[in-house]
Design a protein around this ligand. Structure first.
Ligand code: GLU
Length: 295
């Protein structure tokens, strides 16, 4: 049997903090314990927010923590063709539709629909489901607007996609979810509504690129924060639609600040570089996130 493959997949849109250190160190330790491989993947499809400076800092911080990863490092911004191919298959299968609505139009539609007190569904992150406006457009109008060069995103037709798959989906969870979910977890992608598969400004989205890359890189173990636990349902659905292998998932606890909030890239105090400059050692960092390094 080939060896297990783990990956740490940060986005270079800010400085790494203790939460990232925990995720990277845990991935690395699990890979080592399983006699597996450890990859670094730079998730930089959002070319407006990701910068080469943040990317360099990621390499510097991880190397300083004592981690070693395989080269070459996959940078998603260099692989838009791979995501475009996967998208094309979903287009051909009729699983996605072009979405023209702007954010403010979507908001106005939802506010209107809620005006009489009717509840509007929200996804597991609390974001309102996308209105069905674009899904209902006649094919002729879609064609005309696309031909006229109007910008559009591609959204998953969730009802069509889940119907196409037919039966229930599951994933094997080796960590745990926010409610302690573990073992064979039922995937409920419907909870997300019609998610974006390719953005207006980028020919990919997080959901699409992450499943394509995990498959292309032969990732067998996805170890990541619990904040992505529910997104796994969408990933399972896309894997099924695209015929991709299913890794084992391990969602880990998030490192919280003193007030119990999730750490953010914008608040510098728990940044790896800031801690390093303040005199912390890599061992201190490992201890701070509850992962003692070997002497
Ligand atoms: N790029 C994502 C992030 O920085 C992580 C994606 C994943 O591990 O699946 O939050």
């Amino acid at each position: 049997m080939s060896s297990p493959v783990f990956r740490f997949a940060p986005s270079p849109n800010g400085a790494l903090h203790l939460g990232h250190a925990y995720s990277a160190l845990l991935n690395h330790a699990m890979a080592r314990a399983a006699d597996g491989r450890f990859l670094l993947r730079i998730e930089d499809i959002d070319t407006a927010r990701c910068t080469p400076q943040f990317e360099e800092a990621i390499h510097r911080d991880l190397a300083w923590l004592g981690l070693a990863w395989e080269e070459p490092v996959r940078r998603q911004s260099e692989h838009f063709d791979d995501y475009a191919q996967a998208l094309e298959r979903l287009v051909e299968a009729g699983m996605v539709y072009p979405s023209f609505l702007s954010r403010s139009e979507a908001r106005a539609y939802i506010a209107d629909a809620q005006a009489d007190g009717a509840p509007w569904p929200r996804d597991p992150d609390g974001v309102p489901h996308f209105p069905p406006v674009d899904r209902m457009r006649p094919e002729s109008e879609r064609r005309r607007r696309m031909a006229e060069g109007e910008p559009y995103a591609w959204r998953l037709d969730m009802a069509a996609a889940t119907a196409h798959v037919g039966g229930p989906l599951f994933w094997d969870e080796d960590g745990s979810g926010p409610q302690g979910e573990a073992g064979r977890v039922p995937a409920r992608p419907q909870e997300w509504g019609d998610v974006v598969i390719a953005r207006k400004e980028t020919p990919a989205s997080y959901h699409l690129s992450v499943v394509v890359d995990d498959a292309l890189q032969g990732i067998t173990h996805v170890v990541r924060g619990r904040d992505l636990f529910h997104a796994t349902a969408v990933h399972r659905l896309l894997q099924e639609l695209l015929g991709l292998p299913v890794p084992l998932y391990h969602h880990h606890a998030l490192i919280l600040d003193e007030e119990g909030r999730k750490l953010s890239k914008s608040r510098g105090d728990t940044g790896i570089a800031a801690l390093r400059e303040a005199g912390a050692t890599p061992r201190d960092i490992a201890r701070m996130v509850g992962l003692e390094t070997r002497p």
